[in-house]
Design a protein around this ligand. Structure first.
Ligand code: KIV
Ligand code: ZN
Length: 530
C-alpha cells in the first residue's frame, strides 16, 4: 500500500491552498489528468552531482525516507558502476520497499546483467539519439544505436525486468529517428519510454509539443526527465504532464548533474495544487528534504521554493500584518501541507505588528509605550541583515525594561573613540556630561579596547568607581549573536556601595560601555537620592 495522505486529509489539504484561478481556466483546455507516477532519481542522477558522494549507509537512509515519503519508483543507482553500488541496490531489494526498485543501465548486455544481479525488478536503460551524442560520444550510426536499443530491451525483458527506455538527449534528437527508436523498443516489449531533456535546453511550449507528437504514435506510458540548466526543469516537467506524460523523474531538493533535475518537492506540490493529484505524503517533504541536505552536504538556498528557510518566513511589516490576519494573503499554501513551519522573522524590516505577534506567541507582556524603543533597538541591531531570534528578542526586552527601572541619566556618554590593533596599546578617549552641564574628556589605555574604554570613563568621573565584576555572554551560540554585558561597579567614595549595569548589543566594546554607563547612572542616582 502506497503511503499517501488519505482522501480525508486530501480534502483538508485543499483548504490549505490559494493558487491562481487562471490555472484552472488554462487547464480546462488540457483535459483531466488523473495519475502521475513519481520516478525518484535522487540516489542516481542526484548522486551524480559534482561534490556528492554518498556512502552505503547514507544511501540506505535516504532510500528509506523516500520510500516513506511514497515515491512510486526509486532509481537507487547504476548497478554496473561497481560492487558497492550493487550491494546497496541488493540490500534495498531485500528491504521490501513499497517503491518499485530500479537501476540505471547503458544499452549493453553486461549492464543489464549487473541489474539482474541486484534483484531490482526494474531497469532504466538508455542510449543517446541526438546527432551530437551519436557522432561525438558514441561514435555510432543511427542504425547501430537503434539496434542496440532494441537488443537491450529484448534482453532485459527476456530476463523478467520491467523496462523503461530513455533516448538520451531526446530534446535535441531528430523527431523521425527518435520515434522510430521509441516505436521499435515498444515493439521489443519496453514498459515505458522516457524523454530526457539531458542538458535542460527545451522550453515548456516545445516540450508540450514534443510529448504531444510522441503521444500520438506510442501506446506505452511516456516519462520525462528534465534538467535545470536554464531553470526550466519543473516548468518543462509540468508541460510534459499537460501533454500526456504520466511518469515524472525528480530528485529531492532538485539535486542532480550540473544544475540538477526537476525538484521532487516542486513537482509534487504543483501536481497537488493545480491538478489535484496526490502523489506522495506531502507532510513528509520538509523532513525528507532536510535529511537529503544533511547527508549530501548540499545546502538548500534560503529562497528555494517549498523547502528553503524563507519559504514561509515573513519579516516586513505589511506582510506580517497580512499573514497574521489570514496566512494565505502572503503564502500560496500553509506550511503544514509540506511539514514545514511558518516563521515570523524579526529583523530590519519588522514592524510593531510582527514584534507584538511574536511576543504574544512567547507569552511576553511588553508595555506599549516602550514599543518605539524596542523597534529602534531591533533596527539598530538588525541593520546589517542580522535576524533576531527569540532568545535575543527576550534579552533586548529585558534590557529595555531594566533600563526603564534605572532611567535616571545623570551621566551621559557623548563621544567614544577607541584605537586598537595588533602590537598597539589600546587607547580610548571619552567625553561625558555630568548633570547636564559638566562636560569632561579623558583618555586612557588598557589591555584591550574594552579595558581602555572603561578606564577612560572611570578617569572622566574622577576615579570614584572601580569595576568589581564584568560578565560577557553571547545570547545564542551563533557567531553573529548579540552579546549581553553585565558589570558591577563599586563606589569607593561612598561606602563601597555596589551598582549593577546591563546592556545588549552587537558590538562588544559599545555594549560594555553601555553596561558601564548604566551601572554608573545607578550609582549616581542612589547617591543623589541618599
Ligand atoms: O539526463 C539524462 O539524460 C540522464 C539519462 C541517463 C537518462 O540522466
Ligand atoms: Zn539526467
Amino acid at each position: 500500500m502506497k503511503k499517501q495522505q488519505t482522501s480525508e486529509s486530501a480534502k483538508n489539504l485543499e483548504k490549505m491552498l490559494a493558487v491562481s484561478p487562471y490555472n484552472q481556466l488554462a487547464l480546462s483546455a488540457v483535459g483531466p489528468i488523473k495519475d502521475v507516477k513519481i520516478f525518484d532519481t535522487t540516489l542516481r542522477d542526484g548522486e551524480q552531482a559534482p561534490g556528492i558522494a554518498l556512502n552505503p549507509e547514507d544511501k540506505i537512509r535516504i532510500a528509506i525516507a523516500l520510500d516513506d515519503l511514497g515515491v512510486d519508483i526509486m532509481e537507487a543507482g547504476f548497478a554496473a558502476s561497481g560492487e558497492t553500488e550493487r550491494d546497496i541496490i541488493k540490500e534495498l531489494a531485500r528491504s521490501n520497499l513499497d517503491a518499485k526498485l530500479c537501476s540505471l543501465a547503458r544499452a549493453v548486455r553486461s549492464d543489464i546483467d549487473a541489474v539482474l544481479d541486484t534483484g531490482a525488478g526494474m531497469v532504466h536503460t538508455f542510449i543517446a539519439t541526438s546527432e551530437l551524442h551519436m557522432k561525438y560520444k558514441l561514435k555510432m550510426t543511427p542504425e547501430q544505436v537503434k539496434a542496440k536499443a532494441v537488443e537491450t530491451v529484448e534482453y532485459a525483458k527476456a530476463h523478467g525486468l520491467e523496462v523503461q527506455f530513455s533516448c538520451e538527449d531526446a530534446t535535441r534528437s531528430e523527431l523521425g529517428f527518435m520515434l522510430d527508436v521509441l516505436k521499435s523498443v515498444q515493439d521489443a516489449g519496453a514498459d515505458s519510454v522516457n524523454i530526457p531533456d539531458t542538458v535542460g535546453v527545451i522550453i515548456p511550449r516545445a516540450m508540450g509539443h514534443l510529448i504531444g507528437e510522441l503521444r500520438k504514435e506510442l501506446k506505452i506510458p511516456i516519462s520525462v526527465h528534465c534538467h535545470n540548466d536554464m531553470g526550466l526543469a519543473v516548468a518543462n516537467s509540468m508541460a510534459a504532464i499537460d501533454a500526456g506524460a504520466t511518469i515524472c523523474h525528480v530528485c529531492m531538493n532538485g539535486i542532480g548533474e550540473r544544475c540538477g533535475n526537476a525538484a521532487l518537492e516542486e513537482v509534487v506540490v504543483n501536481l497537488f495544487a493545480n491538478y489535484g493529484i496526490q502523489t506522495v505524503d506531502m507532510s513528509k517533504i520538509a523532513q525528507t528534504s532536510k535529511l537529503v541536505e544533511r547527508v549530501t552536504g548540499f545546502s538548500i538556498a534560503g529562497n528555494k521554493s517549498i523547502i528553503g528557510r524563507n519559504a514561509f518566513a515573513h519579516e516586513s511589516g505589511i506582510h506580517v500584518h497580512g499573514v497574521m490576519s489570514n496566512t494565505l494573503t502572503y503564502e500560496p499554501f500553509l506550511p503544514e501541507m509540506v511539514g514545514a513551519n511558518r516563521e515570523i522573522a524579526i529583523g530590519k524590516h519588522s514592524g510593531a505588528h510582527s514584534i507584538k505577534g511574536r511576543l504574544d506567541e512567547l507569552g511576553v507582556k511588553f508595555p506599549e509605550e516602550h514599543m518605539p524603543e524596542l523597534l529602534a533597538m531591533i533596527k539598530k541591531i538588525a541593520i546589517g541583515g542580522k535576524m533576531i531570534d527569540d532568545a535575543e528578542l527576550l534579552a533586548i526586552i529585558d534590557n529595555i525594561m531594566w533600563k526603564t527601572n534605572t532611567r535616571a541619566k545623570i551621566v551621559s556618554l557623548d563621544e567614544l573613540t577607541v584605537l586598537t590593533g595588533k602590537n598597539t596599546t589600546s587607547t580610548a578617549v571619552v567625553t561625558v556630561t555630568i548633570n547636564g552641564n559638566d562636560k569632561r574628556t579623558a583618555a586612557e589605555t588598557g589591555v584591550g579596547p574594552v579595558d581602555a574604554a572603561i578606564n577612560a570613563i572611570k578617569k572622566a568621573i574622577n576615579d570614584k568607581i572601580t569595576m568589581e565584576e564584568y560578565k560577557l555572554s553571547a545570547i545564542t551560540g551563533k557567531s553573529d549573536s548579540i552579546c549581553e554585558v553585565t558589570v558591577m561597579v563599586k563606589n569607593v567614595q561612598n561606602d563601597n556601595a555596589l551598582a549593577v549595569g546591563k546592556a545588549v548589543g552587537l558590538d562588544i566594546v559599545e555594549t560594555s560601555v553601555d553596561a558601564m554607563m548604566a551601572a554608573i547612572n545607578r550609582d549616581f542616582a542612589r547617591e543623589r537620592n541618599a
